[in-house]
Design a protein around this ligand. Sequence first.
Ligand SMILES: *Cc1c(COP(=O)(O)O)cnc(C)c1O
Length: 475
Amino acid sequence: MDPKQSLLRQLPAVDRVLNAPPLADLAEKLPHAILLESAQKAVADLRRQILDQPAAIEDAQLSPEAVSARALALARQALRPSLRRVINATGTLLHTNLGRAPLSAAALEAVNEVARSYSNLEFDLDSGGRGHRYAHVEELLCRLTGAEAATVVNNNAAAVLLSLTALAKGQEAILSRGELVEIGGAFRVPDVMASGGVMLREVGTTNKTHLRDYRDAITDQTGLLLKIHTSNYRIVGFTAAVTAAELAELGRERNILVMEDLGSGMLMDLSAFGLPQEPTVKETVAAGVDVITFSGDKLLGGPQAGIIVGQRAAIEKIRRHPMARALRIDKLTLAALEATLRPYLDQQQALREIPVLNMLAVPAAELETRCQGILRQLSAVLGDKASLEVVAETSTVGGGALPLTQLPGFALALVPQKISVDELAARLRRAPVPVIGRIQENRLLLNPRTLQAGEEGELGEALASALGSTESVRR
Ligand SMILES: *Cc1c(COP(=O)(O)O)cnc(C)c1O
């Protein structure tokens, strides 16, 4: 008989695959629809292989149990969570595609506690009456920034949109041409203004804007003097920009509100760790800016949130705007945010406990030692499957923050000998815990700065398996 026909005849029916172990044992535990679909797919895959390459098929592969095991692997894949942990070996601290800031242990605990039960989200435990959602972080934010009042929304894009709409709808906001920022995706300042019903009044030039440019543009239509932090680019060379303090003074003089979008927004000076000296939120409040917005999940190191601090009357107006309800943050975010903010009361504690600050502060020498540790562990396992070396590599902060800042460090540079570097990267993305590195000049760079506790071992396992080593990495 034709070998194809004989193999096809041996191929079990879907029903038999479902009724054979291991699938049969899991019938109660996994959704039937998924098991059925997986059994159908396993049978169809084998049928295609038989038709294409009958010589490559062995009889043992066609037993109901073997096909059932194949189907189980497919079912597990279908049931695997879509949103999963990955190992960030890019060295980029606030990788927007990888979820920006990992949360502190205290933030996780707070989320867990508030999520699993009921909470006093909008309940005043003193009076027994209705409380305010934002009260849980307002006092803390005021203490940390020196502002009179504070509120929070879903993210900083929302904070900017809401503040502009609440404070200057139907009026003009004056902004320097050098600060017409696009943050990424659909967030472009002129478009945000238009959608908030605020007329943009551009002043100055791309490289130079003077205080007189703002002053000359003020009319009875002016609702806001606006500054936007150029988070993700810099204008260098022959430049001039107006400081927050100068703009705030002009605003006071002419009785016009001044708002600044700080982007990342730092609660402490991080210049000791190689970051440029940028004004902290507190310094911006002290400079007299009325309304300041910044992100919760950039250098602050917390959950996605948009924080608005400033003058009480302006914050009240923002909070009362109907759109505020549509942009409000949920209790889990609020719990994580409060727990992230609290350690900032003591800067040393913040440096110890907030993962983003920890990772930022790791000295280059320590990264080199860590790379050498991974290298020693791996070279025994990988043998001639890849060449490995420790190289100097700078990493970036990411998340559209501090574009010119290069954090000096080290990375492991890997050149696979039997497969291409792209194939290696693809295999690492398919690992049980996917590993994301950076490809540069045909090498895969793995930077330990952004590895979390315990991930070095997992990274080793993933590499060994991707390169086809049979040795175990675990000691
Ligand atoms: C990042 C950034 C935003 C957007 O903040 P999200 O929290 O990502 O919404 C807005 N403005 C500036 C200047 C930024 O850097």
